[in-house]
Ligand binder design. Structure first.
Ligand SMILES: Nc1ncnc2c1ncn2[C@@H]1O[C@H](COP(=O)(O)OP(=O)(O)OP(=O)(O)O)[C@@H](O)[C@H]1O
Length: 257
């Protein structure tokens, strides 16, 4: 059955290359509005490069990236900035500014992109911190005073600072213990359902894929080799995909027998 949901992100014919090392060649991907898309692939297949190409941190050699129907590579600065305000990015380990408190970190995008008063910024930052399940006293802590899981939550709070419609997450559960990872998954799912977020999530975590992803995109052979549900992945005839979804870790996670 054809999916009639709106496409939030459309990538076509993407080519990324560093020197003579071609990472992506003819990569196509649709991310549907309101879905959690898990992006997986072997190490070095270009998951982070894909994320960075979509958010404009890296200019691809060829191809197009459209977000909410806007051609991001050819848009004016003003148009691009308007679209950029509609997403938030959480990099690995939160990528927080170490010299700023959690609240100040969450206020950074508000300072840069809005003219909200200091009082409003402060109140909104406190709201975001509570939305991600951190206690109020986390607001005044520095990143070095937080656990890895708390830092990730603080990074997510900053990604949510401008009430985005899309969030990009780069390996959000990496380095968390299984209980912390499951709690983080539950938080992402809750935000998706309550805020209607579209989530683009690079991950290696089979449990996350199973628990919260509506669809999975597998990077292999320099492109998105296949997209589909977890059930679809179990049927894919490709050595890496088969090993990933049927291997010992998949079996330990309770599927892919
Ligand atoms: N700025 C850069 N300059 C040169 N090569 C780069 C650059 N950024 C990424 N690469 C290369 O592009 C390839 C893809 O990198 P990327 O970080 O996207 O992989 P990945 O799929 O996210 O891997 P992992 O799962 O290990 O994090 C790698 O071979 C990497 O060395």
């Amino acid at each position: 059955m054809q999916d009639t949901r709106e496409v939030a992100i459309q990538v076509r014919g993407l080519r990324n290359q560093f020197g003579d090392h071609v990472v992506h060649d003819g990569l196509d991907l649709d991310v549907l509005r309101g879905e959690v898309l898990g992006v997986v692939g072997g190490s070095g297949t270009g998951k982070s490069v894909l994320l960075r190409s979509i958010v404009g941190l890296l200019h691809p050699k060829a191809g197009s990236v459209a977000v909410f129907g806007t051609d991001m590579l050819n848009a004016s600065d003003e148009t691009r900035q308007k679209i950029e305000r509609r997403w938030g990015v959480m990099f690995q380990d939160g990528a927080l500014f170490s010299s700023l408190t959690v609240r100040e970190n969450v206020e950074v995008p508000m300072r840069e992109q809005t003219d909200l008063s200091p009082q409003t910024r402060r109140a909104l930052a406190e709201l975001k911190v509570s939305m991600v399940g951190l206690p109020p006293n986390a607001c005044d802590k520095y990143p070095s005073e937080l656990s890895g899981g708390m830092r990730k939550r603080a990074g997510l709070a900053r990604a949510l600072a401008l009430d985005p419609e899309i969030v990009f997450l780069d390996e959000p559960t990496a380095g968390l213990d299984p209980i912390g990872a499951a709690a983080f998954d539950a938080l992402i799912k809750k935000l998706q359902t309550t805020l209607g977020l579209t989530v683009f999530m690079v991950t290696h975590d089979l449990d996350s894929l199973h628990a919260i992803c509506d669809r999975i995109a597998v990077l292999a052979e320099k492109r998105v080799f296949v997209t589909g549900t977890m059930a679809d992945m179990l049927e894919v005839d490709h050595p890496w995909v088969h090993e990933y979804f049927h291997g010992p870790r998949a079996r330990a996670a309770g599927f892919g027998n």
